[in-house]
Structures are given as C-alpha cells and as structure tokens.
Design a protein around this ligand. Sequence first.
Ligand code: G3I
Length: 388
Amino acid sequence: MKLRRRSAVVAAGVAAAALLVPAAVAAAHGNGKQDDTSLRALASKQGLRFGTAVDASQLGSNKAYTDIVAGQFSAVTAENAMKWDAVEPSQGVYNWKAADDLVKFAQQNGQAVRGHTLMWHNQLPSWLTTGVSNGTISDAQLRDILHKHVTDEVTHFKGKVWQWDVANETFANSWETPQADGLNADDFWVKHLGSGVLADVFRWAHQADPKALLMYNDYNITGEDGTNVKFQAVYDFVKQMRKQGVPIDGIGEQGHLDTQYGFNAQLYQNDLQAYGDLGLKVAITEADVRTFVDDPATQVPTDSLAQFAQPYEFSALLKGCELVTQCISFTAWGVYDGDSWIPGTFSGEGSGLLYDVNLQPKTVYSTLQQDLQLAAGTKKHGPVGSDK
Ligand code: G3I
C-alpha cells in the first residue's frame, strides 16, 4: 500500500511543478516574510515543522541569510552555539549569548528551537578533556560534571527548547568497536561512564525541563548506510530504556547522505515507522545530500547525474518523514552550500543543501516545495508548536 502511495506521490509531484516554480523561486530568495509558498508554510499544512541549522556567525550579519532563515523555516537548531565548548569554554564560566540570540530570533519569528546537543564526544571544552586525560578529573567527578552541565544548560533554556538532542552519536558504526549493547566502546562518555550514562542524561534533562521533547540523535540509524545493524542496536536499546521508565521521547535521524552511496528509501521509511510504533516521535535533524563538486568556492557537481540524484535523495528523506505521522520535524543541516560543514570534512564534496554558494535556491528547493504541496493536509504530524 505504502509503495503504491509513494509512486503516486512521486508522479503527482511532477504535475505540481508547473504550478509552483515561478512563484516559489521569488519566495525562495528570502525576504523575511512567511509567504504561503515557503517551506514552513507548506509544511505546516501537514502539521510538520521544516527547520534548518543556524550558524550564529551569519545570523543578523548576513541579511540574505537571515531573511531566508526567518521566511522559510519554522524550526531552528543551533549548529554550534549550544555545544559544550561554546556555552562553557572555561569551567563554571557560561557564555550563552549566541544561543540566547538564536532563541530570541526564533521567538520573534514563530520558530521552535531544537537544542543541540547535551552529551557528545565532539566539541567538548578543553578544560574537560585535558582534565580527564591527565587524570585530574576522575570518572566519578566526570559524571558529576556532566550532571551539572545537563542541568545547567536545560535549566537555562527551560520552556524555550522544543526538542533536545540529549545524547548524540554514542552507538557504533561498522568501522567502530561495538559493545554487546551496540554502543561504541570507544565513545568518550561510554568509555568513562558506561552504558548507564544514556539513561542518566535523559533523566537529568527531564528533571530540568519536563516539557521538552528528549531525543536520541545519530546517523546511519535508519539503514541509510546499507545495513540495519545500527538501527537494530538503537531500536533495542531505546525500547529497553522506555521499559525502564527512562524519559526518552524520540529519535533524531540526522540524514547525512552522499549520492555516491545510493539510498534505500523504503528501508529508511520502514525504520522511521518502527521507531514510531514504539511510541516514539521521530525527527530528521541534519539533512544534507553531498556529491562531488568542482571546488569548495563554487560547488558545482562534477557528475551530470548528481543534478538528479541530489534532489531525488533529499526528496526521499522528506517523503519518508511525511509518510510517518510520528515524524514531527524535518531539518536541513544548514541554509546554503557556502556555509556547510561538508567541504571542510569531505574533500572534493559539497552542494549538500537547498541554496547554492550564492544563497540562490537550487532545484532541490522546488522539489521539496512540490513534495510539501502534494502532501498538504494528508497527515497531521502534530501541532506545529511546542506541545508534546
Ligand atoms: O569556534 C572556532 C573558532 O574560534 C576557530 O577560529 C575556528 C578555526 O579553528 O574553529 C571554530 O570552531 C569550529 C566549529 O565548527 C564552529 O564553527 C570547529 O573548528 C569545527 O570543527 C566545527 O565544525 C562543526 C562540526 O559539527 C564539529 O564536529 C560543524 O560546524 C557542524 O556543522 C558539525 O555538525 C555535526 C553535528 O553537530 C552532529 N552531527 C554531525 C554534524 C557534522 O559533523
């Protein structure tokens, strides 16, 4: 049934193209106004929030960027401003400014805020990692420090954050060393504090803000890497946590794709639905679809087929979310290619986002508009608001 539905969705999407593109392109350039062909307006017709990661250094200083963020998106994620190294660069000395500015911007523009991220092995402040590596911070002290960090940060944003990525990327990928429970044995937090640390951080976050939706966030947890091993590990672990009464509300699938690897859209949708059938909400939290490009400055795809693969795979990510009612938000990991993490991480690759290096909408932008237009009113994913 769903397969037929998917092909119907794809086929009719093309028909919608002629209706949308001219008006859409004008709107896509961003004028800060929320017109009815924007991604956020179209997504709201199915109770879905369409979001973006926001670079604090661009918000406010880059007008075109700021207008697009305000006009196109109904959810925002701090790309880096809420990470531990940003908010507590020195122990006990907090720097909330960039994150507070984003929250204020979101409140002014009717956007929900995704908090990212409380416990991750990356972007930890050097005072913490140095203390652990030289032994001046014991594992017992590390647990207390983590407890304080989670409590302080969630308390600071209490009532202002819709979803928290409480724990990020703690399960093993195929190239890493899995524990029996599937967690990455070499993850900084798992290695020092054991598997129980996940239940701890969810409980601490819930104590600090009982209304926030608490998510486990990771990549390759919906079969997008061609295997369902990591999905099964996360599924089983979270199912067990919920049985133990751990306050975990949902799963964030990051959705970082690469056209060179292909993508099994049906497996991805099946896995999203499986999480939903556990009673969890799901969110696509960091969507981008990278491909090989000429150079980081222009990011023109070098493979002629990529011009079709990139929008196709981005559309498959969105459709999977649209077809699972428990999917409450779909977030791209950045606004435009010129500000994406991809070129600095994957040499020779880029063009992963909806807007090009000149902040102009790409084909994928109108592809997603068509998807949203077509699905308008089909399913309610939830109130486009902060209620659970
Ligand atoms: O803030 C410093 C600045 O002071 C310094 O001058 C500059 C040059 O060294 O570095 C700046 O920090 C950079 C930081 O982004 C803020 O811009 C780090 O070097 C850089 O490594 C960091 O990259 C971020 C990356 O996470 C770190 O792992 C990317 O912007 C961000 O998009 C990326 O996002 C992650 C998600 O949080 C989790 N999922 C995977 C995703 C991609 O890696």
